[in-house]
Ligand binder design. Structure first.
Ligand code: PMP
Length: 308
C-alpha cells in the first residue's frame, strides 16, 4: 500500500469510511478459514475520461463465485457496480485498481460459516504495471512451477476465492526465490493451467491456443477480451489441453490479467520462446487492447463504463 492509498475512503457494507477505520476482528471466520471472495478491476484514465474496464463482467464473476460458496452478498449487483463507480469518484481518482471483497465475518469459529455475517468492502489502490513496466514491451522470464493448480472438485478454480491464492502464493514465492518473474502452474494431470495471477496464451504456426475453463483456471475477463480482439485479426482462439512441452516450442507466449494486462513471456525454464522477444501476434493484440483503454475510442464491445 502506498501513502496516497491510505488517504482514500473505503466502501464498507454500504458506507464510505476512512482507510484506517476499515477493520475486522481477528476472530472473524475469514482470518481462520480463508472464507473470502474478491474481484480486481482497473479504472483507466482514457482520453475521454476515466472508465472501468468490463465492470459488469467482473461483478458477474463476483456473484458467480459467491453462488458456488453459498455466500449470499447482502447487496444487489447494481448496488455493487454503483459502489465501484462511486469509490473512484469519492476518492477523485483518474485511474485505479479496484478491489471488491466479500467475506465471512465475526460470529462462530466452527467451520460451518452460516452464522457468520457476510460483509463487503471495496477499496481502491494506485497500481502500475504488475510484472514491471519493462515486461509489457520486452516480456518476462518464467518457470514451470513445481506446484500444481488445484485438482478439480477440490478448490473450485472458477471461483475467485482468497483461499485459492494460497496456491498462487506458493507458485509466486517459488518463482521469485529463483529470480523468475512468475511461475506457470500445471494441473495435477500435468497440463498447462495458468500463472499465479494470469491466464496464458500460446501462439504456434499462426494459431492461438489457451487452456480450457475445465483446466483449473480462473475464467479471466482479460482472457475473454483477447478472444474477441484475436477474432478481429482473423484468429479463433482454440481452447484446448496443452502439454508442458508445448510451452518450450511455442512461437509466442503471453500472460493476460487485469493486473498483468497483456504481458509477453520471453523464456520458460531458461528456454527462449520464439525470437526471445515479444512476437508479432502478441504485439498486435496488445496494441488493440491498449488502444481501447488509452483512447476510450472504438469500444465496440461496450467494455468501458465511464465513471462521470
Ligand atoms: N488467473 C488467476 C489465478 C488470476 O488471479 C487472475 C487475475 N484475476 C487471472 C487468471 C486473470 O483474470 P482477469 O483477466 O479477470 O484479471
Amino acid at each position: 500500500m502506498k501513502p496516497e492509498d491510505e488517504k482514500s475512503k473505503i466502501w464498507f457494507n454500504g458506507k464510505f469510511i476512512d482507510w484506517w477505520d476499515a477493520k475486522i476482528h481477528v476472530m472473524s471466520h475469514v482470518v481462520h478459514y480463508g472464507s473470502s471472495i474478491f474481484e480486481g478491476m482497473r479504472c483507466y484514465a482514457t482520453r475521454k475520461g476515466s472508465a472501468i474496464f468490463r465492470l459488469s463482467d467482473h461483478i458477474k464473476r463476483f456473484y458467480d463465485s459467491t453462488k458456488i460458496y453459498r455466500m449470499p452478498i447482502p447487496f444487489r449487483p447494481e448496488e455493487i457496480e454503483q459502489a465501484c463507480i462511486d469509490i473512484v469518484n469519492v476518492n477523485q481518482l483518474k485511474s485505479a485498481y479496484i478491489r471488491p471483497v466479500v467475506f465471512r465475518g465475526y460470529n462462530t469459529l466452527g467451520v460451518d460459516p452460516t452464522a457468520c455475517p457476510v460483509e463487503v468492502a471495496i477499496a481502491v489502490l494506485n497500481w502500475g504495471a504488475y510484472l514491471g513496466e519493462d515486461a509489457i514491451n520486452n516480456g518476462v522470464d518464467v518457470r514451470v512451477s513445481s506446484w500444481n493448480r488445484m485438482h478439480p472438485n477440490t478448490h473450485p478454480a472458477l471461483a475467485k476465492t482468497g483461499a485459492n491464492y494460497m496456491n498462487s502464493q506458493l507458485i509466486k514465492l517459488e518463482a521469485k526465490m529463483d529470480n523468475y518473474a512468475e511461475g506457470i502452474a500445471l494441473s495435477t494431470h500435468g497440463f498447462v493451467c495458468e500463472g499465479s495471477g494470469e491466464n496464458i496464451f500460446l501462439v504456434r504456426n499462426d494459431q492461438i491456443f489457451t487452456p480450457t475453463i475445465g483446466s483449473s483456471i480462473l475464467p479471466g475477463i482479460t482472457r475473454d477480451s483477447v478472444f474477441k480482439i484475436a477474432r478481429e485479426f482473423g484468429y479463433e482462439v482454440k481452447e484446448t489441453v496443452i502439454p508442458r512441452e508445448m510451452l518450450y516450442i511455442a512461437d509466442e507466449l503471453f500472460f493476460t490479467g487485469t493486473a498483468a494486462e497483456v504481458s509477453p513471456i520471453r523464456s520458460v525454464d531458461k528456454i527462449s520462446i520464439g525470437s526471445g522477444k515479444r512476437g508479432p501476434v502478441t504485439e498486435k493484440i496488445q496494441r488493440r487492447f491498449f488502444d481501447i483503454i488509452e483512447t476510450g475510442d472504438d469500444d465496440d464491445y461496450g467494455w468501458l463504463t465511464f465513471v462521470k
